[in-house]
Design a protein around this ligand. Structure first.
Ligand SMILES: [Zn+2]
Length: 366
């Protein structure tokens, strides 16, 4: 078994080659015409929101403020066989044909640049590498810092800036090649992981727990009633939240829904689709760095109780570079052994000290 609090972060520069730029010509067609007219109707310049600086900002922060105990490794490209466990052959053909091209993939503005297919293969393969590191006992936990993200990608469709469903590819690899029978996937990105749910809805050996901002927020799926289908009935758990839900709501859901679900399911491995867009800075929800740290603490305890600590984080969204990078760092600190603070108490000790300091000035002793 790996040493407690040993952590490997996976970072690979090949993922920076995914860089859609709407200033260059895209493959022509109906979708190009439609999206271009939609974007010009915005009246403000539009840039692809899921850009390389998302990863370099994280790496930069971890270089200037390293987390003791976290080692870095590079990833690897996923093979067609590995991707084919969760995507159809015709979908993979259609994506591979776009190598070297700029093109729209979905009218929600998901796009590729000439380097995107290679980058997406490395993103999915790096999620696999992070799982292998933990299952093989080289680290107790790992964090795959990947892009393009994955959780909106469906078996037959790119969506929501996602090409391949990285966390699903990693879960399927753990089952098919690494001897993990039951895998739990926790998705705390602000957006519902429609692709991951779609891929595993009928699989009784994958428990999918997703906490997200409720429809009509993108992508509009993830209602309470979506609980899995067929023999997978009961292995999808959705917790839709109102706008601005905060740390207290997330932790209540983790402690009172996720933990009992995991204790019932008894996973061999826990994967986390980790988006930092629930942070206040991304304007959809109201989670803090202490909130991310506390959720990580719950998952770390759960993994130690259920599956020898085996816990793998895979990056999803998060578009404010400050909260994205600091959010990642707050997760890594807990994985590496820091005790998470209880959210909501920042400044309370200082107020108590100030209260003691000022007491003699204006409070009459009884
Ligand atoms: Zn998101």
């Amino acid at each position: 078994m790996a040493d407690q609090n040993s952590v490997i972060a996976f970072y690979d520069e090949r993922m920076l080659a995914h860089e859609p730029d709407i200033e260059v010509p895209f493959l022509p067609g109906r979708m190009d015409t439609r999206i271009r007219s939609l974007l010009s109707g915005l009246g403000v310049p539009w840039k692809y929101p899921e850009h390389p600086a998302r990863l370099t900002a994280i790496r930069h922060l971890l270089d200037i403020e390293p987390v003791h105990g976290v080692n870095f490794e590079t990833g690897m490209p996923a093979t067609r066989e590995q991707l084919g466990r969760v995507h159809t052959s015709s979908y993979l053909d259609s994506i591979y044909q776009l190598r070297g091209e700029s093109a729209w993939l979905d009218d929600d503005t998901t796009a590729v640049s000439p380097g995107s297919v290679d980058a997406a293969e490395v993103a999915a393969g790096t999620a696999i590498a992070a799982v292998e590191a933990v299952v093989e006992g080289r680290a107790e936990s790992s964090f795959a810092l990947v892009r393009p993200p994955g959780h909106h990608a469906e078996p037959v469709r790119a969506r929501g800036f996602c090409l391949f469903n990285n966390v699903a590819v990693a879960a399927a690899h753990a089952q098919a090649a690494l001897g993990c029978q039951r895998v739990m996937i926790v998705d705390w990105d602000a957006h519902h992981g429609n692709g991951t749910q779609d891929i595993f809805a009928a699989d009784p050996d994958v428990l999918f727990f997703d906490i997200h901002r409720a429809a009509p927020f993108y992508p509009g799926t993830g209602s309470l009633a979506q609980v899995g289908v067929g023999v997978g009935d009961g292995t999808v758990v959705n917790v839709p939240l109102p706008a601005d839900a905060n740390d207290a709501a997330y932790l209540k859901a983790f402690r009172e829904i996720l933990v009992p679900a995991a204790q019932w399911f008894r996973p061999d491995l826990i994967l986390v689709s980790t988006g930092f867009d629930p942070h206040t800075h991304d304007l959809a929800l109201n989670v803090s760095y202490d909130g991310f740290a506390a959720m990580t603490g719950v998952l770390q305890s759960l993994a130690r109780q259920q599956c020898g600590g085996k816990l793998v984080f895979v990056l999803e969204g998060g578009y404010n570079l400050i909260s994205l990078s600091h959010g990642v760092r707050s997760v890594l600190q807990v994985l590496a052994g820091a005790e998470p603070a209880e959210p909501g108490l920042r400044g309370v000790a200082e107020v108590e000290a100030a209260q003691a300091f000022h007491r003699g000035a204006f409070i009459t002793e009884l």
